[in-house]
Design a protein around this ligand. Structure first.
Ligand SMILES: [Zn+2]
Ligand SMILES: [Zn+2]
Length: 448
């Protein structure tokens, strides 16, 4: 897989008709990344440098980064969050980084570590309007390239605008040594994009949503490559772990190209968000994000595979936002209900505004199945790869029992305004039957 070079970060007149600006200028996943990093900092004439790490990441890579920059005369400042307290992306951590930035009047912050360290630095450098370079120590997900940060403010989970790192440097040997659950999670997050891509195509086909074939291919190629190397990944072979990480970065690039999470997040992510909601209500334990979306992708692939049981495709009725439905939302979501109702109103308006697509195109089931064939042909391989990596298709896995699965398939589509297979089935009046079919299949064949 090609790393993105400095010159690639602007795509003029893409196949989709748009110009794309990709904010990540350099991606270096190499054992010699320390030299590349110091060269980059020097070429950019950056001198007031701050390294932020947690204790584990500092041992894994942070200390080496510090010594390298000292050696080449860049005299960085460094701060290591103590390992004795669990690091959270909260006010305390943000204020600490802010204080260090101001005290040393730094130009650039290097975040060495996993998701939390990067969330804190991505947000703080955005607020302070300074530069940010990411040095990940685990291939745990695709959030390293994100331009938002999930934070914990006043004890509440909240996503804030932040900035994408301008460059990413890491060593395959460090990624390989990460805890297994983080590698599993990164794998789940990448492989689950099979249903995100299917949802994107579905929405483009039925409602004419914007679609970029280049962004689509970037994600699709990355996930196929990783599936083909799953046995090596299981053995933590360096080239396979590097491939996984590169794939996760490419999916971030695709998000930047589409200017939307569309290429990387669909119904499987919506299921995972709902499971987080259940966990926040103490109905189950949280599991790592990528493991949740990988597990959810098993289910969403089953929904797609069942499409050939439809007799045809009918133009859907209005989405049905009624007073009764709003009351039901208030009962189910409590204090989060307004956000959910807003998202659904937005989706309904969006669908209504594009109803003309149905009238002009008269989509048929045959066309739909043909369109989704490139994804559906990969399902068996994807499911096998997930199982190989320890993410099985099994009722009850990660604390999601059958009753919770039923709730998930009914409610997951309510969490975001983006159209997915679950909205499609609702519109066809077939969602309940599909839920019954898929659960029955899972009961009969609990292990693939
Ligand atoms: Zn494009
Ligand atoms: Zn994800």
């Amino acid at each position: 897989m090609e790393a993105l070079s400095k010159e690639d970060h602007f795509i003029h007149q893409c196949v989709c008709g748009r110009d794309h600006v990709i904010p990540i200028r350099l991606i270096e996943i190499d054992e010699n990344m320390l030299n590349a990093l110091s060269r980059y900092l020097k070429s950019e004439q950056m001198s007031r440098i701050l390294i932020i790490a947690d204790e584990n990441a500092n041992k894994a890579l942070g200390q080496e980064v510090f010594e390298q920059l000292e050696r080449v005369g860049l005299s960085p400042h460094a701060y290591v969050f103590p390992g004795s307290v669990r690091l959270l992306p909260d006010e305390q951590a943000i204020d600490k980084v802010k204080e260090l930035i101001r005290t040393y009047n730094v130009e650039v912050v290097l975040a060495v570590g996993g998701g939390v360290i990067n969330d804190i630095v991505r947000y703080t450098t955005f607020l302070e309007r300074i530069r940010y370079i990411s040095i990940p120590t685990a291939p745990s997900g695709d959030a390293f390239t994100s331009n938002v940060a999930p934070l914990l403010l006043n004890g509440l989970k909240i996503t804030k605008q932040a900035q994408t790192p301008e460059a990413i440097f890491t060593k395959p040997s460090v990624l390989c040594a990460a805890p297994w659950v983080l590698i599993q999670s990164g794998f789940g997050d990448l492989i689950a994009k099979i249903t995100a891509l299917s949802d994107w195509k579905l929405s483009c086909f039925l409602y004419g949503e914007y679609f970029c074939n280049k962004a689509y291919q970037l994600v699709r190629d990355s996930l196929i490559e990783v599936i083909q190397h799953v046995e090596e990944l299981l053995k933590r072979e360096a080239h396979a772990v590097k491939m996984l990480f590169a794939g996760l970065v490419q999916s971030g690039v695709a998000i930047a190209m589409a200017d939307s999470p569309r290429p990387a997040s669909g119904s499987e992510h919506h299921c995972s968000h709902l499971w987080d909601f259940f966990a926040s209500r103490h109905l189950r334990e949280y599991a790592p994000h990528g493991i949740q979306v990988g597990y959810a992708a098993h289910w969403m692939m089953e929904f797609y595979s069942n499409l050939d049981s439809l007799k045809g495709v009918i133009e859907p009725q209005n989405y049905g936002i009624t007073k009764d439905w709003q009351r039901e939302m208030q009962l189910f979501y409590g204090t989060s209900a307004n956000e959910i109702i807003d998202a659904q109103m937005q989706k309904q308006e969006w669908m209504e505004a594009r109803r003309g697509c149905w009238k002009t195109n008269h989509p048929t089931l045959e066309q739909l199945l043909q369109l989704l064939k490139p994804e559906m042909e990969l399902f068996a391989q994807v499911k096998q790869a997930l199982t190989t990596m320890g993410i099985p298709w099994e009722i009850g896995y990660i604390g999601v029992d059958e009753a919770m699965l039923r709730d998930t398939f009914v409610h997951a589509k309510e969490l975001r305004s983006r159209y997915t297979i679950l909205d499609f089935l609702q519109g066809q009046g077939e969602l309940q039957r599909f839920i019954d079919d898929v659960l029955q299949k899972a009961r009969e064949a609990p292990h693939i």
